[in-house]
Design a protein around this ligand. Structure first.
Ligand code: ADP
Ligand code: MG
Length: 732
């Protein structure tokens, strides 16, 4: 009945979006360049509103990470408050990213009593710089006991404050890091910032060796994350308890038409969806997010939004805002945006392709091959540093994207496998092979010039070269890490990437510095680069694979090469707390042992909690929705048989299908009982429970699902209690 009503509502309301679109059309005439960044307290606004010397000092904090003077903070806070109030803000919040994987905010009013019975707007430097939310309920993985629950949020001046506009409210959001009283990080931003410092320091050493550091103050990593998502009608979504509680369907038979025709990919965008996208983009432009691309994805009901890349910490903050905005704006159009990695079995899941590179603060992309000799050698050093890092720490890369959600996607046929390998493409592969041979011919003849000059036109010609099956692909002037999950925060995988590459750069810089000595000459440098990179390639080329990652052959080959294949989160997550990993994160001051251990604990607890919720939800739906529907259908059939036979007509076929159906219901019921009974094992720290869930409970969940999906294909449509895949998937 509920499913039926939801269907009716979905159909009626599908037309309401037209009205929305008309209402929105006034805004749609605004020029993008006029609204871009209008709700951001960005550089231009700061320059306009701050005294010159305050602005200068703030910029030193932003660009160089210098500590912010309290007096400067007071002036900045006052200007920020005036700007926010002029734009309608009544409250401010320290916006932070706790380890829940979401963002958190606690709003405080911008007004305070003036002491004479009235109110004045006020924001002090202290309010701006430091907050102390009562944050005892956020996960700390054992870092903080509740009796010492103090947590502090500290302004990240490098990520600009912005206005969050609700239906009738405007809030000033100050991006912050979140730490315990002992300054241990319990958030996503702090380690990301630390990892950016680490990689900057090591990359600067390489630039210095090549003499390209003039005028460069630091190196940033850059991130452009492509976000995939599904859109589902709101009424249908709410009629499915599994979507409501788990953001994915726990049951659902394959529809006759799924994505076989691949007619959705890059197809014309349905008008309602386009109206929604336009609205999302306008909101994002206002807060300074440079959205660039929109299109249909492969599965029906699946779409993508991608901004232009930015420095990693800003890109990751923006990524959080993008996800929130998708969710919030979808409701206006009677839809729900699903960010889960695998909301529908049998259809493509959603990823967040994480494009990653390194760039100087003067705007030179260090993974962009250029035509100057020394820069090309430099490019090869950076390239080989990434190859070395990914091979040395493939386990950490895999662990950085581990979640119960992403387990459904990785290794499925549309997503990269759990084996981490690098795609280079033919041209670059060729150059890497030459490096390995250390073949003097090309390098000696024209020195490194030839090496570089050869590479450039080839690379740019082939930058369109694609291998969609690779988890980590070089795509012209950046790497595309494709295994990141759609609902994940980009901050964490980028923290891992930055840290492991920092280590490789450190290693290469040390070797190069030693080889070229105090008086480097071009010749010394060239031969040092050649010999050092030769070793790197020899040792680490096993991680390079340019073929089809989906094939069974590759899995075998990868095993021969000794590459780890961590099939699920339970196998992947312990790699965060190996000796090797703890030493790495400590050495580069990204996370100390306690911080890293707490994170691993939080991740495994999240895995456990999520699976327990899913299995309980399955049992509940099975017991209270599916079983009654199946029995109603059984009764229908039985009534049909008995009344037909009572009328003196024989109906052996119907009688036989009744018998068959009864059997199916029995089997389903047994599967339901089995899952319900299994769900009882717990250990204190969660690691054993996680294994138990993976090995015992997930198979029972899969088994139950099979039975339910078989029933769905037989039970009368008007009795089946859940909107089906064919209802859900074709948003119009
Ligand atoms: P695709 O064809 O895979 O969609 P695009 O060329 O459209 O790839 O780019 C995808 C993303 O890569 C965009 O977000 C883009 O800004 C980003 N990107 C481009 N250059 C860089 C870079 N140097 N560093 C990080 N991301 C980048
Ligand atoms: Mg891409």
């Amino acid at each position: 009945m509920i499913a039926h009503e939801a269907r009716e509502l979905a159909i009626t309301h599908a037309s309401d979006w037209r009205e929305r679109m008309l209402n929105g059309s006034a805004r749609a005439t605004e020029r993008i360049d006029e609204i871009f960044g209008i709700d951001v307290f960005g550089q231009r606004t700061m320059q306009q509103r701050l005294p010159k010397d305050v602005f200068k000092r703030l910029m030193r904090t932003i660009d160089l990470g210098e500590a912010l003077d309290p007096q400067v903070a007071d002036v900045v806070a006052a200007a920020m408050k005036d700007w926010a109030v002029e734009n309608g803000a009544t409250h401010f919040t320290h916006w932070f990213q706790p380890l829940t994987g979401l963002t958190a905010e606690k709003h405080d009013s911008l007004v305070a009593p003036d002491g004479h019975g009235g109110m004045i707007f006020a924001l002090s430097g202290a309010d701006l710089s430091l907050g102390e939310p009562d944050a005892s309920s956020f996960p700390s993985g054992g870092l903080r006991a509740t009796f010492e629950a103090r947590g502090y949020t500290a302004w990240d001046a490098s990520s600009p404050a912005f206005l969050m506009r609700g239906e009738n409210n405007v809030t000033l959001c100050i991006p912050t890091a979140f730490v315990t009283w002992a300054a241990d990080s319990v958030d996503q931003k702090t380690p990301l910032l630390r990892s950016m410092d680490a990689i900057s320091k090591q990359a600067m050493r390489i630039l210095k060796i090549f003499g390209t550091d003039a005028g460069v103050a630091r190196v940033f990593t850059t991130v452009g994350a492509e976000q995939e998502y599904f859109l589902v009608d709101k009424h249908l979504y709410h009629a499915r308890p599994d979507l409501l509680t788990c953001d994915r369907t726990l049951f659902g038979a394959k529809p006759p038409k799924g994505q076989q025709l691949e007619d959705h990919y890059f197809g014309s965008i349905p008008p309602r969806v386009l109206a929604f996208m336009t609205d999302v983009e306008r909101e994002l432009y206002r807060v300074g997010i440079p959205v660039k691309t929109r299109h249909n994805e492969v599965a029906p009901g699946q779409f993508e939004i991608a901004p232009t890349f930015e420095t990693a910490n800003i890109a990751c903050d923006h990524q959080m805002i993008i996800m929130e905005t998708l969710k919030r704006v979808a409701l206006r159009y009677g839809m729900v945006a699903i960010l889960h990695e695998k909301p529908f079995a049998g259809l493509n899941g959603s990823g967040k392709h994480n494009n990653w590179s390194m760039s100087t603060d003067t705007g030179v992309n260090l993974l962009d091959p250029q035509d100057e000799t020394h820069t090309n050698m430099q490019f090869l050093v950076f390239l080989c540093a990434v190859i070395r890092a990914v091979d040395t720490h493939a386990d950490l890369i895999r662990a950085s994207i581990a979640s119960a959600n992403n387990d459904h996607r990785l290794g499925a046929n549309e997503a990269p496998p759990a084996i981490i390998s690098i795609f280079l493409g033919d041209m670059l592969m060729d150059i890497v092979e030459q490096l390995e041979k250390g073949k003097p011919s090309r390098t000696i003849k024209g020195g490194a010039i030839n090496l570089g000059a050869l590479s450039l036109p080839q690379i740019s010609r082939h930058s369109g070269d694609r291998n969609r099956t690779s988890p980590f692909a070089f795509t012209g002037n950046k790497f595309e890490f494709r295994a990141v999950g759609s609902s994940a925060t980009a901050a964490w995988p980028n923290t891992i990437l930055n840290t492991i590459v920092a280590e490789s750069l450190d290693d290469l810089a040390t070797a190069l510095e030693k080889a070229v000595g105090a008086k480097p000459t071009q010749a010394k440098l060239e031969s040092a680069v050649r010999s050092i990179l030769k070793d790197v390639v020899k040792k680490h080329k096993r991680v390079i694979f340019n073929g089809d990652n989906y094939t069974e052959k590759w899995h075998k080959e990868a095993e021969k090469r000794g590459l780890p294949n961590l099939k699920d989160s339970v196998s992947a997550l312990p790699n965060f707390i190996t000796k090797k990993s703890l030493a790495l994160f400590k050495k580069y001051k990204v996370l100390n042992d306690a911080e890293m251990t707490s994170r691993a604990n939080i991740f495994i607890h999240r895995y456990v909690d999520q699976l327990l919720i899913e299995s309980e939800q399955m049992v509940l739906m099975g017991r209270t929705m599916i079983l009654p529907a199946a029995l109603a259908h059984q009764t229908h059939l039985a009534d049909a048989v008995s009344s037909t036979e009572a009328a003196g007509v024989d109906c052996p076929d119907i009688r036989a299908s009744l018998a068959e159906f009864v059997k199916k219901v029995q089997h389903f019921n047994a599967a339901l009982n089995a899952l319900q009974e299994a769900d009882n094992f717990r250990d204190a720290d969660g690691w054993e429970t996680a294994k138990y869930l993976r090995d015992q409970v997930i198979p029972l969940m899969n088994n139950l699902r099979e039975h339910v999906d078989a029933l769905e294909l037989e039970v009368a449509h008007d009795i089946w209690p859940l909107p089906s895949y064919r209802d859900l998937l074709f948003i119009k």
